[in-house]
Ligand binder design. Sequence first.
Ligand SMILES: *Cc1c(COP(=O)(O)O)cnc(C)c1O
Length: 380
Amino acid sequence: MAEFDTQLVHGTPQHDNDTGAVNVPIYASSTYIFPTVDSQVKWDYARSGNPTRNYLEDQIATLEGGVKGFAFSSGLAAIHATLAIFSPGDHIVIGNTVYGGTFRLITQFFKRWQLEFTAVDTQDTKAVEAAIQPNTKAIYFETCTNPLLKVTSVKAIAAIAKAHNLLTIVDNTFLTPYLQRPLTLGADIVVHSATKYLGGHSDVVAGLVVAKTQALADRIYFNQNGIGSILSPENAAQIRRGIQTLAVRLDRHLSNAAKIVAFLQERDEVSKIYYPGVPGSKDYDIAKAETNGFGGIISFELKAGLDAKKFVESLSLIQLAVSLGAVESLIELPYKMTHAELSDAQQLAVGITHQLVRLSVGIEDPRDLIGDLKQGLDQL
Ligand SMILES: *Cc1c(COP(=O)(O)O)cnc(C)c1O
């Protein structure tokens, strides 16, 4: 098999193509011809399967090292279809700082389904073990948390899960298979918001799931087809294209992030930097052992008394917006924007202060990014 970066560009041939087109076509067809009433056709109706979507599903399954991939209309639709493989009365141990939308889905939607959850700091393996109950079925977490980039060991969690006969489910949105392949570290299911790095251009909302075994794939396919929140063929083609440049984009995200961290370390206005690539923390040690890079998200705290709102609003190149993982740099204040649904007390409990800034480092020339940060800090 070709090297990973080559696989990003090429994907699995779909054997559907008489024209010689280099890319899989966008199949704008909701239904397919049955040659006869009794025909066993591969494609019958496009919610159940579409060749453009199937290309993307095969592409992500190969890259993550799973048996089958599934594409959804958003990351949350992918997470919904994944958690819907469980039944009322089942219990799931979940990271206590998972994506806000995931938290809302479990606490306000799946609660009505009578799924039970316990939220814990998944870096703390003792806390994870202690949260396991007789009806626990899975452990769900993000390797790098948002916005404080706390790193959890997939190997350690998967070992606990295996010992208790539980599934390990990892949201791999922040790292992508270029930086970590959770299934190869012991996880059973990987979910993605493909809206972020996989799409990479802030122009499409999409979600992906990859299952490690056929039995799990069958359960997720039932939900994909049965609930129906599929990705359109047009959007599948956009994510397919995004994935082709994942390696080159992430190489630049990583090198820009390292340069920006070095710049911020020299600035008096910055009191704390959260980035797993800074040595001397548990996060660094785990990331060093289990990832191929520290990602493109940096969070940092401005010194008490400095006006964080003024800082983010004074930037001219780096845009003030939620979301992350795109070619353009985006900055935001978590307490007011991405994590506003948490109360003040909940925010402080997980370390989100009013001085905390989250930066999604883009692929621009690092001199321009540092120049913009510098002029913003100089104004404080
Ligand atoms: C954005 C995000 C999601 C949700 O994905 P959508 O595509 O916005 O539905 C889930 N998990 C993580 C880590 C995210 O960053």
